[in-house]
Design a protein around this ligand. Structure first.
Ligand SMILES: [Zn+2]
Length: 155
């Protein structure tokens, strides 16, 4: 039985929504896509003249899963600073799991904690508009946020 569907999101573009109750700890689906290097993915999207890096999911070994190529509905997961799902890496694959009980109709979110290539110039490209109470104002992960801030300060 299908547990989630993709449709328009009030937050941003398309989103993923629960069709049935999901339990805390439940594995919802896999984040599928082409496994490649950051470099190759950057080249691929540079040629297309679009910055679609939010389809790229960083793996711990430095490679990325490109949900924009061979991906499934998981690539439409939106970011929220207080997320109800998390990404779990296991054997070079990434699974999306619920971190609390989710009711039918709720949108699923993960905290992107974005990793961005070194050419990043400004925090403003990664502004978060999730609207949750504890919104930290950016989709970047802590390490990258500090690094970008450091770059901004030295500029
Ligand atoms: Zn936020």
């Amino acid at each position: 039985m299908k547990r989630v569907s993709v449709r328009r999101s009030p937050i941003h573009g398309k989103g993923v929504f629960a069709l049935c109750p999901l339990s805390r700890g439940e594995r919802v689906f896999e984040y599928r896509g082409l496994v490649t290097s950051w470099q190759e993915a950057s080249r691929h999207y540079a040629r297309r003249d679009e910055e679609n890096h939010t389809f790229l999911f960083g793996l711990s070994d430095g490679r990325v899963i490109d949900g924009g190529r061979g991906g499934n509905g998981a690539r439409w997961l939106n970011h929220a600073c207080t997320a109800n799902c998390e990404a779990v890496e296991e054997g070079g694959r990434v699974y999306i799991e619920a971190i609390r009980n989710i009711a039918p109709g709720e949108e699923l979110f993960i905290d992107y904690a974005l990793e961005v290539p070194s050419k990043t110039k400004s925090l403003s490209e990664y502004v978060c508009r999730c609207g949750t109470r504890r919104c930290r104002g950016t989709m970047l992960g802590r390490a990258w946020r500090d690094r970008v801030r450091a770059i901004d300060r030295s500029a």
